[in-house]
Design a protein around this ligand. Structure first.
Ligand code: SAH
Length: 213
């Protein structure tokens, strides 16, 4: 899976991509993340990527042209690939695990456009026939965090990214309550114990307990 991220803040991605499971997935070429900065695709000498909104209103809007040019660069010349184009937007369709799973099985390349300021000129969506996706009912200052959420959640659905496939919650009956050693933890004079059933060795009782959570 290749993620193409269109962002005016590519530096925000380095720390996240250079650690843990995502780093391993990149190193083993299960996923690739490419960054495109619309500022590199501007034709004006100030590398300006925003302008005031038609009809008035607060803030600035990201202009069409640098984003379309960045998109074209991401698409490249290959026809064989299966591309999906997503624009991150607080008003978009909700992002879910089901969406992540389908995307991981359907596409070879996902282009994700991160907004900033008041958002992106709506013609970008029309021209690219892009889908607007929201990661939740709150407003962020930009799409970068949201795109990392998508990268993370879709990547763990890509074959081989999680060492153990049964780690995917949706493939097993799972309790949201988890415990590990020690069996008893004392805090302010009170003992916090692991539910006895979990160390009982009785597998059918353990399964029943997990399903009841
Ligand atoms: N006034 C704008 C807010 C833009 S927030 C509006 O109501 O649409 C700036 C950018 O952050 C957006 O363009 C989008 O790319 C990103 N963003 C903010 N909240 C988001 C969310 N919940 N999900 C996905 N992207 C979000």
């Amino acid at each position: 899976m290749t993620f193409h991220i269109i962002t005016i803040f590519p530096g925000l991605f380095d720390p996240y991509l250079s650690d843990s499971i995502i780093k391993r997935a990149i190193d083993s070429k299960k996923i690739t993340v490419k960054l495109y900065n619309p500022r590199d695709f501007t034709k004006n000498k100030h590398k300006k990527v925003d302008d005031t909104p038609y009809g008035g209103g607060p803030g600035m809007v990201m202009t069409v042209d640098p984003i379309i040019r960045a998109y074209k660069k991401a698409r490249g010349r290959s026809e064989k690939k299966k591309f999906k184009t997503i624009i991150l937007s607080p008003g978009g369709e909700p992002f879910t695990t089901e969406y992540a799973h389908k995307a991981s099985q359907t596409y070879t390349d996902i282009i994700i456009i991160c907004g900033r300021y008041e958002g992106i000129d709506s013609r970008v969506k029309k021209i690219l026939k892009a889908q607007e996706i929201s990661i939740g009912q709150y407003v962020l200052t930009g799409g970068e965090l949201a795109s990392m959420v998508l990268i993370d959640s879709i990547s763990r659905q890509v074959d081989g990214v999680l060492g153990n496939k049964s780690s995917l919650e949706e493939t097993r009956v799972s309790s949201h309550e988890m415990y590990t050693r020690p069996e008893v933890y004392e805090y302010k004079g009170k003992n916090y114990k692991v539910p006895a059933v979990l160390s009982s060795g009785n597998h059918s009782e353990i399964e029943k307990w997990k399903q009841g959570r």
